[in-house]
Design a protein around this ligand. Structure first.
Ligand code: AHR
Length: 502
């Protein structure tokens, strides 16, 4: 049996967790909007056509913010097509995904959905095929109280109160050659700066996200971030990060080590932000909005066979297995560990398209990745604490010296709870772990939730929706400030402690 020792103390503060790191994303793509959140005529939908089962799971997940309407889609989107009477909204070709967009859901309906789901909107503007004028008009439509052309049109369309959208993305993946209206960093930096200025003049309360690189493998990374921030630093609040992973080579040891890449990616973007801060002698810190992350690779072969120009086709519907849930757990640990700089993150996406929730006609499935996301969003609020992890290590074909045990600790003073999130990456055996917890006085274990499964490829489906689901494990032993607990081979663990600070 392998052993590991974790030392954590109430003084090892990384930072307050911004609950928006548990955000998600809904794009006009595949069945995310149509057939996902919106399914008029279905018995499970409410009077506005919203799927009540999806709303209810979104509320269960306590999703604090949802990015909308894209993604690549936004770079060709005319937001005006999605407002006003439904019968006069045009059907248009969506050139990002070669599909037909019916515009039956637009900004007003999405804000209504978000209110019902108990979440905020992270709105993206089109800086691909359009520019500052359209972005300014959308902001005016959403946030200006009344008495101007666009704000009065919103009122006429049935929304007397402003949508009050606080955070806005200045385009999407503008470094990507696949993007409608892709740009060089110089072109994008200049446009982002000018659009940001105007948007903040119109509504000084908003926060803005500049596009970072589409992924860490882009040839222009991280010079893209440096150039864009040199142009727009004083006008933006966040730089975006996007990254998807997969077990393409079917090597569990290497797959679970890929969060080391995510870790390095975050560290490089933080360093680049601070480099520009130094160049500018600025007092302000630009933080990270990791607004697309997930596992994405299962659906690629099926996508290649898709016929273009369909309305809401089945597209990018990755069916997640148990090993993907472990990866998502590790990614959540990585995000929490960077709570000092990662202030927003979006699991991409929420429903059907690379999502924790899948809809079918008569119900929903909680995919395997639903569970670590649920646990982190439920119990991972408060202060992120650093852990000193003394664990056996391993090498993979891409990474060396990787901890078999990865973990992070969150302390919630308000609830008097401390939660340990941990993944045992060891494919061979379980691990006896000793956690030395300082600064919290006496503590006891409330529960030990575990996600483990003998079959790495096990999925949840209509026939067996609970094949991969969490269970409770022995809570371990507490003795003299030390917790002894067992983490099974290849498992996601959530250990919840009741603390009485003394
Ligand atoms: O989330 C799916 C797509 O991935 C988004 O539209 C795009 O931004 C990214 O490449």
């Amino acid at each position: 049996m392998k052993k590991a020792h974790v030392i954590v103390d109430s003084a090892y503060v990384i930072g307050e967790i911004d609950s928006r790191i548990y955000g998600s994303f809904i794009e006009h793509i595949g069945r995310a909007v149509y057939g996902g959140i919106f399914d008029p005529g279905n018995e499970l939908s409410d009077e506005e056509g919203f799927r009540t089962d999806v709303l209810s799971l979104t509320r269960d997940l306590r999703v604090p913010i949802v990015r909308y309407p894209g993604g690549n889609f936004v770079s060709g989107y005319n937001w005006e097509d999605g407002i006003g009477p439904l019968s006069s909204r045009p059907k248009v070709p969506d050139l990002a995904w070669l599909a037909i967009e019916t515009n039956q859901i637009g900004v007003d309906e999405f804000v209504d959905w978000a209110r019902k789901a108990g979440t905020e909107v992270l709105m993206a503007v089109n800086l691909g095929s359009r520019g500052g004028e359209a972005a300014k008009n959308l902001l005016e439509y959403c946030n200006f109280p009344k008495g101007t052309y666009w704000s009065d049109l919103r009122i006429q369309n049935g929304h007397s109160e402003p949508h009050a959208i606080k955070t806005w993305c200045l385009g999407n993946e503008m470094d990507g050659p696949w993007q409608i209206g892709g740009k060089t960093p110089q072109e994008y930096g200049r446009i982002a700066c000018e659009v940001a200025k105007v948007m903040k003049w119109l509504d000084p309360t908003i926060e803005l996200v500049a596009c970072g690189s589409s992924n860490s493998g882009m040839p222009t990374f991280p010079q893209w971030e440096a150039t864009v921030l040199e142009a727009a630093y004083e006008h933006v609040d966040y730089i975006s990060m996007h990254q998807y992973y997969g077990n393409n080579e079917n090597d569990i040891r290497n797959y679970l080590a890929k969060t080391v890449d995510m870790e390095n990616f975050i560290q490089t973007v933080v360093a680049t932000c601070d480099h520009v801060k130094g160049l500018k002698r600025s007092k302000k810190t630009v933080n990270i909005c990791f607004d697309e992350w997930n596992v994405w690779y299962h659906s690629f072969p099926e996508n290649a066979r898709l016929k273009p120009w369909q309305e809401a086709p089945k597209f990018n519907e990755d069916i997640y297995n148990f090993e993907d849930a472990l990866f998502v757990g590790l990614a959540l640990i990585t995000l929490i560990r960077h709570a000092d700089r990662v202030k927003i993150a979006c699991l991409a996406q929420l429903v059907n398209v690379i999502a924790p929730i899948l809809t079918y006609k008569d119900g929903v499935i909680k995919q395997t990745i639903f569970y670590p996301y649920l646990h982190a969003s439920t119990y991972g609020r408060g202060t992120a604490l650093n852990c000193i992890i003394d664990s056996p290590r391993y090498d993979t074909k891409e990474f060396s010296n990787v901890n078999l045990l990865d973990c992070v600790v969150v302390s919630n003073d308000f609830e008097g709870m401390v939660t340990i999130f941990a993944v045992n990456r060891d494919a061979d055996e379980g691990m006896d772990v000793t956690v030395s917890l300082g600064g919290f006085g006496e503590f006891s274990v409330v529960e030990h939730i575990v996600l483990a499964n003998p079959d790495l490829k096990a999925c949840n489906d209509e026939a067996d929706p609970n094949r991969v689901a969490p269970s409770r494990l022995d809570v371990g032993r507490v003795e003299g400030g030390n917790l002894s607990v067992f983490f099974p081979s290849l498992s996601w663990n959530v250990v919840r402690l009741l603390v009485g600070k003394s």
